[in-house]
Ligand binder design. Structure first.
Ligand code: SF4
Length: 504
């Protein structure tokens, strides 16, 4: 430990020197789990070269104070607003750069950091950063038949016989070969092929990709009902895919058309039946609530139709609009009105009770599953484990390092072709930021955060570090403590953003 500490100290000093050179640079980053939104946001980032990545980040508050009078992470940083996304990830925008869509997104202004009073924070804090080991791989397939009216994920239009697919898989494999030399994937237990519309690709391309990836207990493919065929399903299953995530979104024809989706409810039902025939026994459906024009009765009907298909997993996403989308622009002009907050909350409340009765247990704010069928992949995000994103616009998290690939296909292709990692952006989080992230991601899980395990991993218990903030949240009925566990109350589930801002 002593050697590690000395080595880390040396690295930290070097990092501080290099950091000073890069501090204040503005780059753009925005991520949602493994995938990135098309819309970018400006944040201040301290860039440190990747060579300084370390397994244990050693941080001494006292020393940081000597260099600037304040801990580094609190020096001259713009105070950001925080958004929580439907995938539980987050992105920040400096105060003063308020988005025109702010009114329509789930935005909360940031309060001063809820750090314990001076003296409560230990002088020395260790954060274990197992930065080389990845628990999951996310693969982004950025192609869709058309763009849905509410979507701001990075995806490009393509037809089912697009000549882009083959070279894109070639590039993914080339990128994977680069990473294979750098990371440890021996404990990787989940591969998630998302998009975009991965089911648009020929099954042979998906199989070609999977052949070279490490084996994983859970291999998920996102599919849109109109692109699913019996043959594809059979070949996906043969190729090792054992979990299907189907973008149903709604069963209401009018709502689906308004959203710009390319399928109807019947196609979803047919896709589920065909998937069962092909041997998929782990199938999830995505639904959206809070849509313009959607009533509580309409939402109840959607849930009933989804439950009739007996999915193992249901993800329920409240609509949130970005200004870059057609619906976001209409909303900004006052020509489209998503459901009121109260109505959206009533829809979620109804869903929680109805799904519990149907045997789908809520295990995360927006996710429900039969026992044992919880998504392994998404839990990697919420537990703040390391994941590697491959493909254009894919995002990754490794210890305190977050990085993202080029969004543009041309830039992505060029980098990989030249034997370079196609990184467009990277960010190194301070220990405080890592703790905050671990808090608001972990609290998304219904079981909450085990404070003892948290202390073993991060060197400090949440109640030691966030004491006053936790007390306030408990007093307001948003948080509860049971033994070592800290979790949201039922009220806290509906006001989660109010809780999460305390940790940013
Ligand atoms: S299919 Fe999915 S990724 Fe593609 S445009 Fe629609 S919502 Fe976005």
């Amino acid at each position: 430990m002593q050697t590690e500490r000395t080595a880390s100290q040396a690295m930290r000093k070097k990092a501080v020197r290099k950091k000073a050179n890069h501090a204040g640079k503005v780059i753009k980053v925005e991520s949602m789990g493994g995938k990135r939104r098309l819309h970018e946001t400006t944040v201040f980032i301290h860039k440190i070269p990747p060579s300084l990545s370390t397994n244990i980040l050693y941080y001494t508050m006292g020393k940081a104070k000597k260099q600037g009078g304040k801990p580094r992470s609190r020096q001259k940083k713009p105070s950001p607003e925080i958004y929580t996304s439907r995938y539980g990830d987050f992105f920040c925008r400096p105060r003063g750069k308020r988005s025109p869509a702010a009114k329509y997104a789930s935005i909360r202004r940031r309060k001063p950091p809820a750090i314990s009073q001076k003296g409560d924070v230990p002088k020395t804090m260790f954060i274990k950063q197992d930065a080389d080991h990845f628990a999951a791989i996310y693969i982004h397939i950025p192609f869709c038949l058309r763009k849905c009216n509410y979507c701001d994920f990075v995806s490009y239009p393509a037809t089912a016989d697009s000549p882009l697919f083959h070279p894109y898989i070639d590039s993914l494999l080339a990128e994977w070969r680069l990473w294979q030399r750098q990371g440890d994937f021996s404990r990787c237990h989940s591969i998630y092929i998302g998009g975009g519309t991965p089911s648009l690709l020929p099954a042979a391309e998906i199989s070609r990709l999977l052949q070279f990836l490490p084996p994983a207990a859970e291999i998920t493919l996102e599919a849109n009902p109109e692109t699913v065929t019996e043959e594809k399903l059979f070949r996906w299953r043969q190729g090792g895919i054992n979990r299907l995530s189907l973008g149903a979104q709604s069963f209401n024809r009018g709502l689906l058309q308004a959203m710009g989706r390319g399928h109807d409810g019947k196609q979803t039902q047919q896709a589920v039946a065909a998937a069962r025939q092909a041997g998929f026994d782990n199938l999830g459906l995505d639904l959206i609530y809070g849509l313009p024009g959607q009533t509580l009765a309409g939402w109840q009907a959607d849930l009933a139709q989804a439950l009739a298909l007996q999915p193992q997993h249901l993800s329920l996403y409240g609509l949130s609009l970005s200004p870059e989308t057609p619906w976001g622009r209409l909303a900004a002009q006052g020509r489209l009105a998503p459901a009121e907050e109260d109505q959206a909350a009533a829809m979620l409340a109804y869903a929680i009770d109805a799904l519990e009765k149907a045997g789908l247990k809520q295990y995360e704010i927006a996710n429900f599953a039969q026992p044992g069928r919880e998504s392994r992949h998404n839990q990697v995000y919420w537990r703040r484990e390391n994941y590697l994103g491959l493909g254009a616009a894919a995002c990754s998290c490794a210890g305190n390092r977050r990085f993202a690939n080029h969004q543009s296909l041309a830039d992505y292709w060029q980098a990989v072709k030249q034997g370079r990692l196609p990184l467009a952006e990277e960010e190194y989080l301070s220990p405080q930021q890592v703790l905050g992230e671990a808090m608001f991601l972990g609290l998304r899980l219904i079981q909450g955060i085990d404070q003892q395990a948290f202390a073993q991993r991060y060197g400090i218990r949440p109640d030691q570090y966030y004491g006053p903030a936790l007390e306030k949240l408990k007093k307001n009925g948003l948080l509860q403590e049971e033994g070592s566990w800290l979790r949201l109350t039922r009220r806290g589930l509906f006001l989660a953003n109010r809780v999460f801002v305390e940790f940013v």
